[in-house]
Ligand binder design. Sequence first.
Ligand SMILES: Cc1ccnnc1
Length: 293
Amino acid sequence: AMFRTESVEEFYQIGEDIGSGQFSEVKKVTEKSTGKDYAGKFIRKRRSTASRRGVKREDIVREVSILEELSHDNIISLHDAFELQKEVVLILELVTGGELFHYLAEEDHVNEEVAAQFVKKILEALKHMHDRNICHLDLKPENIMLLNRNTQNIMLIDFGLSRRIKPGEDIRDIMGTAEFVAPEIINFEPLSLNTDMWAIGVITYILLSGLSPFLGDDQQETYENVTAINYSFEDDDFFSSTSELAKDFIDHLLLKDPRKRATVDQCLSHPWIMPRSKKQKVQRQTSHLKLEN
Ligand SMILES: Cc1ccnnc1
């Protein structure tokens, strides 16, 4: 059996809230036998098929089996799992550097050198997944945590929507957060590893400018902006110092046809991520933080 059925409180001391999701709460927990701290993700089980609250047991089993298959420095590791009557508790590696989202809120936008390092780390974690035919399908700043404030070291933390993509199998039913979903998700067309690459384009755009490329006044408007690929770098206040390399990187990801988007390997060898010449390196550095005076 995948889940222990003893009481989690017998083995872990439950601490304070450190995060919450739609149907889950994350609390700091301490393993009694070792004194080590972890993150306990308490996921409410769906009580009946008619209900829309809670998570289907099979979806929790899928998240656990994907977490067990992955092993990478920038992907959260699973230490233990318990099943109680109303909920499942995943004991996850504890990350305390805060969400990339909150870092962005304080930093507004980051200079290209720093942004490129962040994106490279996210791409390395994503490569580990894509090489195993696993796609995340919910990449967004909230699901990316900082290991600590001063490095670009990140951790992917939430695999609730992740799927194994079997060749020929058709996945159409996933719906992540409007700002980050690819056109094929909105149009209920088949999803693929390339669906994650769209989200990398959106996250990079936000890292560089602090703006969300497709965000509208409501979800409907956001969806219209996404399906129309309605984004630009024209807003001079935010992109005047952005390099052509960075714009080229994003333009190869925010493409309607998933097959035309750069793959994770192509992104890792793009000159914005892996500058080949002094000139390309300088291009990345000349974009500077417009320091608010
Ligand atoms: C919120 C969170 C999740 C997983 N690990 N640490 C913190």
